[in-house]
Design a protein around this ligand. Sequence first.
Ligand SMILES: [Zn+2]
Length: 469
Amino acid sequence: MYKMVIGLEVHSELKTKTKCFCGCKNEFGSIPNTHCCPVCTGMPGALPVLNQKAVEYAIRAGLAVNCRINEYSVFERKNYFYPDLPKAYQISQLEYPLCVGGEVEIETNGVKKTIHLDRIHLEEDACKLIHKDYGTLVDYNRGGVPLIEIVSKPDIASAEEAVAYLKKLRSILLYIGVSDCKMQEGSLRCDVNLSLHKEGEPLGTRTEMKNLNSFRAVQRAIEYEAKRQQEELEKGNKIIQETRRFDDVTGKTYSMRTKEDAQDYRYFPDPDLIPIEVTKEYIEEIRSSLPRMAKQRAEEYISKLGLTEKDAMLLTEERSVADYFEEVLKDCNNPKFVCNWILGEVFKKMNATESEDIKVSAKNMAKILNMYNSGEIGQSVARKLLDEVWDTDKDPAQIVEEQGLKQINDEKGLEAIIQKIIDDNPKAVAEIKAGNQKIMAFFVGQAMKATSGKANPKMVNELVNKLVK
Ligand SMILES: [Zn+2]
């Protein structure tokens, strides 16, 4: 039985205002080749100047995953010749990275596991190549954008663990606000190193799959590549150390080139950049600015707000959701109720509209929930209001006023409506009397219909029970 040994190299673009070594804008989606200058296009004689914010963000990321921050680290040139690299080298780090060690805790199928990190280093992104039928275009806007590379130890043993690890990293980076982690825009992408071996035997030869940019691609690439390697090994063939490309359409991996070793890149310290030296005080200053992270918030939600572990985990997975939950609580202090509503109705709405954000302000959400909680509106109206204020963020109280959506809690009025339904449906009444209790639902439904869904459902139920005798 073969075991998978997987290590991930995750690249995350930092959301600084400007690039890593020049003043060009760091912005996705602009007109190609509008954010470039002599430095990031590698003109002879142009000199790089380090962006301090990029260093701060990289340290922030390191601290969030318990790395040790090196007070002394060095930029090196990684030399290779390719059109996405105008200088013919990438400024990166090798011998002395900014952050070393660290760990990320993951959970798959209820089992917790720690994935250890090797390092996090700071580097610049390469340019973007756009392949067309008639040739390849180069967009220099991405060239020189600051990037952290998070290198894990080969602690990952399955596709599920790899995806869980990647999701956890993404959540952490979003919490600390250093990257927007948009996989579809390439600001979070990953390389997978994978090999197989049998228990007790030495590690096998690994292959590397580059630039996977969705959780699904990571999952499929690992599953396919493990199967391919196993088949090769069973045939008695050797695995070749190489870089392979995963094709999203066929779901297969293809050989691209034999893998370079570090020595092929002729790394050497960049003579244009002095080493990065940071003080202990500076590191501690950054540490003290870290926000409350998912784990801490989840613990608080369980111990102070009485939520279940499962709910707390779901609420804190994304910082934006956890922040939102806390904002709504300020105006609607009923944690369990707010939690249920966010995990239920709000998540459903986000899925249905394919939106990544909650498109109602916390203030207005609290208004809806307060009206619902106090019985002023019913559940169906609360749902309808969510639909109406989504995107527009109109005042829900005003909509209730304008459209007359208040719940009918007037017992006398409802009694008259239900009595009329009973009088009009003698056959149904006879069926109930004959023992068919299911028909009760018919009366409740009719009463809700007669009041356009505004009747208090609990009251309707009670009245139907009382009147059909
Ligand atoms: Zn530039």
